[in-house]
Write a new protein. Structure first.
Length: 470
């Protein structure tokens, strides 16, 4: 398995620090509003990375945080006349609803910044003791030039950065490139007691502390959106490695940006969408499929045409799976479960095995979900062409398992979300079947038309009656 490492700008063979185990940290959301479709990309991408690692047999310790104290949270709290805690707790719940709808697995640990303040104070004190940080009038700053490798992730030169830096009037930094670790409280803001003053931590220190606490001094994978490379992840490296004296993360993974109609998503452009707004028109499974339809490091473009294509693509897979489940059910009802595989079926199953290998090869190559989905489509095509009511029960089950197993790895839902028929409609379908058996075709047609008025389309097949919503 190879992973593209942002640190080295190359694909590297994945060798975890501890055989059979993977420690993985993904920067979580700042919880002050509903997540938008850009926020959803890293959530879905790195959930899929985690799923595939587990499929390959790794025990994954997956940590992702909530930033629940921040200027944006405080601003919203003041606007609504509530506490910052109320705002963050509200949107943590909404975030979990949205990610659950996107079929994202629960993480191993989900720490909140406000519950890790003591650890942040401890790390800041250690950085001061080691000469990597200093205090000025209650504020504490990281001494950026004390970390000689600063810029190694983003490939930015500290002198070039300083040339474009500006110091605010109230800023007391020794150097324009120094960044804040602790800041004094302001009126109307939450604050915690610290040796320097009552205040709150800077943003960058959060993830260093939480990663160290829950995963250790060194981790296998640190991940997030491309926008976090600088300064957030660069600053995390400087803080953590200055504190521990060890390499922080072995592999750095970053997903590309999401654009809308080939433009940067922004409220001013009128092209800003929360996932809730997309869920109002499309099933969450469609949005997940869309987010995986392009390699995670490439930019992805959202448009109505593209999301419609994703809807059709997912439905194509779901329809094939639905047909296989239907055929399997018919075989069970008829007691046809012991028929041996034919020679042609054995040959065909080898093609499915080859496509499973193709799927794994593409995922082993830096988690190429786009080509992995193509392998699933090839399976669907084979299934639609060669798996029929005349196929053996074993053949049907093996093909069904082949497709659904790969979809599960990607977190793609293979079952269409439809409402259960109410008792009246179920009875009408049964009455129509009885009318057909009694050769009362007038009544059969009458019931079919009535069901059509209720939005239920019936399809008579030699395997039995199938239905779908109009």
């Amino acid at each position: 398995m190879k992973i593209y490492n942002t640190l080295t700008k190359s694909k590297e063979e994945f060798i975890p620090l501890q055989a059979g185990k993977v420690s993985m940290y993904v920067c979580g959301p700042t919880v002050y509003n509903y997540i938008h479709i850009g926020n959803a990309r890293p959530v879905v991408v790195f959930d899929t990375v985690r799923r595939y690692l587990e499929y390959k047999g790794f025990d994954v310790n997956f940590v992702s945080n909530f930033t629940d104290v921040d200027d944006k949270i405080i601003k919203k709290a003041n606007e609504e006349g509530v506490t910052a805690h109320e705002i963050s707790e509200r949107y943590i719940k909404e975030y979990l609803k949205d990610t659950d709808a996107l079929n994202v697995l629960p993480v191993t640990t989900r720490p909140k910044a406000t519950e890790e303040i003591d650890g942040m104070i401890d790390m800041i004190e250690e950085l001061i003791e080691k000469g990597h940080a200093y205090e000025k009038s209650g504020s504490v700053y990281f001494k950026t030039r004390s970390f000689k490798q600063y810029g190694k992730l983003s490939k930015k030169n500290i002198d070039d950065l300083e040339a474009g830096a500006r110091i605010a009037v109230a800023d007391q930094k020794d150097d324009p490139m120094d960044f804040v670790l602790w800041k004094p409280k302001k009126a109307g803001e939450p604050a915690w007691s610290a040796p320097w003053c009552d205040g709150r931590p800077g943003w960058h220190i959060e993830c260093s502390v939480m990663s160290k606490k829950y995963l250790g001094d060194q981790i296998d994978i640190h991940a997030g959106g491309e926008d976090l490379i600088f300064p957030h992840h660069e600053n995390e490296i400087a803080q953590t490695e200055s504190c521990t004296g060890k390499e922080f993360a072995k592999y750095w993974m970053h997903n590309g940006f999401l654009n809308v109609d080939n433009k940067k998503m922004s409220k001013s452009e009128g092209n800003f969408f929360t996932v809730r707004e997309i869920f109002a028109e499309y099933a969450p499974a469609v949005l997940r499929f869309f987010l995986l339809s392009v390699h995670y490091r490439s930019p992805i473009n959202f448009s109505r045409d593209i999301i419609e294509a994703s809807k059709n693509g997912l439905e194509r897979i779901q329809t094939a799976v639905e047909q296989l489940r239907f055929l399997a059910k018919v075989k069970t009802e008829k007691g046809e479960l012991s028929t041996a595989l034919t020679e042609s079926e054995i040959t065909l199953l080898k093609e499915f095995d080859a496509l499973t290998t193709k799927f794994e090869d593409t995922m082993d190559d830096d988690f190429n979900t786009a080509d992995a989905i193509s392998a699933i489509f090839e399976m669907v095509k084979l299934s639609n062409t060669y798996v029929t009511a005349d196929s053996s029960a074993e053949m049907i089950q093996k093909v069904l398992l082949s497709i659904t197993a790969l979809c599960d790895i990607l977190g793609l839902e293979t079952e269409k979300k439809v409402e259960i028929l109410d008792e009246e409609i179920e009875q009408l379908i049964a009455d129509r079947q009885n009318a057909r058996k009694a050769k009362d075709f007038a009544k059969s047609d009458e019931i079919r038309n009535l069901l059509l008025e209720k939005g239920i389309i019936l399809e008579d097949t030699r395997e039995g009656v199938k239905w779908k919503r109009a």
